[in-house]
Write a protein that binds this ligand. Sequence first.
Ligand SMILES: CC(C)(COP(=O)(O)OP(=O)(O)OC[C@H]1O[C@@H](n2cnc3c(N)ncnc32)[C@H](O)[C@@H]1OP(=O)(O)O)[C@@H](O)C(=O)NCCC(=O)NCCS
Length: 173
Amino acid sequence: MEITIRRIMLADVAVLSAIAQQTFYDTFTGTCSEADMQGFLEQYYNEGQITKELSNENDLYFFAEIDSKPVGYIRFMEDYSNLPLMKQWKALELKRIYVLKEFHGMGIAQNLMDFMLDFALKEKYQVIWLGVWEHNLRAQKFYEKYGFVNSGHTHDFPIGNTPQTDFWFWKFL
Ligand SMILES: CC(C)(COP(=O)(O)OP(=O)(O)OC[C@H]1O[C@@H](n2cnc3c(N)ncnc32)[C@H](O)[C@@H]1OP(=O)(O)O)[C@@H](O)C(=O)NCCC(=O)NCCS
């Protein structure tokens, strides 16, 4: 099975919006009301919003593909707005890593993570940080395999009216 990583282009907006909505839904359905879920997807994963993000050359979105079909994606960026204390380092935020559920446990996420780590090392980043829901144990385990640890900092990540708490994990390079 050959996995290819490629930069997501503006022309991919519809495909990205669809896979982003599908994977977010599959991950968090049942943790909030259906109305909260639909509202969140419409607000953050609509094609207009994603077009804005893809238009920013510093906002780095990549697909993992098998036979030219996207099966997951990663988004990372140097952006300190969510946690200004990171400004003391050259820091990269892993904003999203999502793989279609039928492809979990098959090495897709590893390919995406290795790709980002290579980028971070080449660009001389000092630390990578990310937010992960406190109850998303599979994702936490995956990050821990890569040496990420809980920083002790948290933030609110509400889905509509449903409050949720994310841990900030980090890995110093
Ligand atoms: C997080 C994600 C990218 C990881 O990719 P993956 O292919 O599932 O990762 P892996 O299978 O290599 O690693 C997951 C680890 O969690 C373990 N695991 C599986 N289910 C688990 C559970 N319910 N609780 C704790 N650990 C669990 C797996 O056994 C594996 O550990 P192991 O390699 O020691 O056996 C993928 O699961 C995914 O896309 N999830 C949905 C989206 C998501 O949660 N994204 C992250 C948001 S912060």
